[in-house]
Design a binder for this molecule. Structure first.
Ligand code: DX5
Ligand code: ZN
Length: 226
């Protein structure tokens, strides 16, 4: 199984100090930073776009920006995000009828490609062809659009189903994940863990990062021993 990676969602950070917040997370043990891009169309809110990401990339050399694109026309932003220094471009299957050319484009621009599914989209929407082309599968455990929502446990079986189909793929969970909800995510087989409120809201974020990571490591060891 692919290794545990913790990706704090900057949506819960102080946007006025975004580069400092990213540095603080990396110092605390985060390997990726989860950048939530919202366009006011696919979801009602607007957050940030390529110009902000370009500043972060410049201000935090070597940062791995896990860009979660909650946008209506995902094909439209691939070049801008690549130019801004994006490392992974994850778009929603609900936002397109033609994901494969987008994945190709993302790869041409030397980014990893992710496909995301919202709570009401079944895991079967991720066909073998799509999953094999993508580097990461994102199972949303809240409705995309804002941070601080309640974890939807009914989404977890989709993680287990995808893990059974794709043992070596990065599988990310996002939404309401934290110390209270990590166990089921880890047992289901997710290895890339996004957490916003649970990490940025904690007095000692490094402790939460380390707990999330060790929970995934333990679940993987348990699964391997079976
Ligand atoms: C929701 C975003 C999430 C969100 C997670 O639309 O995709 O990344 O920031 O935040 P928490 O962990 O607070 O649910
Ligand atoms: Zn997200």
């Amino acid at each position: 199984m692919p290794r545990a990676i913790i990706s704090p969602s900057v949506l819960a950070s102080d946007f006025g100090q975004l580069t400092a917040e990213c540095k603080r997370m990396i110092k605390g043990g985060a390997e990726w930073l989860h950048m939530d891009v919202m366009d006011g169309h696919f979801v009602p809110n607007i957050t940030m776009g390529a110009p902000v990401l370009a500043c972060v990339s410049k201000g935090v050399p070597g940062i791995f920006m896990d860009c979660h694109m909650m946008v209506s026309q995902p094909e439209k932003w691939v070049d801008d995000i690549a130019d801004a220094g994006g490392s992974l471009y994850c778009f929603h299957l609900e936002a397109t009828t033609d994901p494969l050319p987008i994945i190709d484009h993302i790869h041409q621009r030397n980014m990893k490609a992710g496909v995301a599914i919202s709570p009401d989209t079944p895991s079967t929407a991720i066909t073998d062809e799509i999953a094999n082309a993508a580097d990461m599968l994102l199972v949303m455990t809240v409705y995309p659009g804002r941070g601080g929502q309640k974890f939807l446990e009914r989404c977890v079986p989709k993680v287990a189903e995808l893990r059974a189909r794709f043992p070596d793929k990065d599988i990310e969970v996002d939404g309401g994940v934290g110390p209270k909800t990590i166990d089921v995510c880890a047992d289901a087989g997710s290895n890339v863990i996004v957490a916003g409120t649970a990490i940025f809201g904690a007095p000692e974020p490094e402790k939460v990062i380390s707990l999330l990571k060790s929970t995934v490591d333990k679940a993987q060891a348990k699964a391997a021993a079976k």
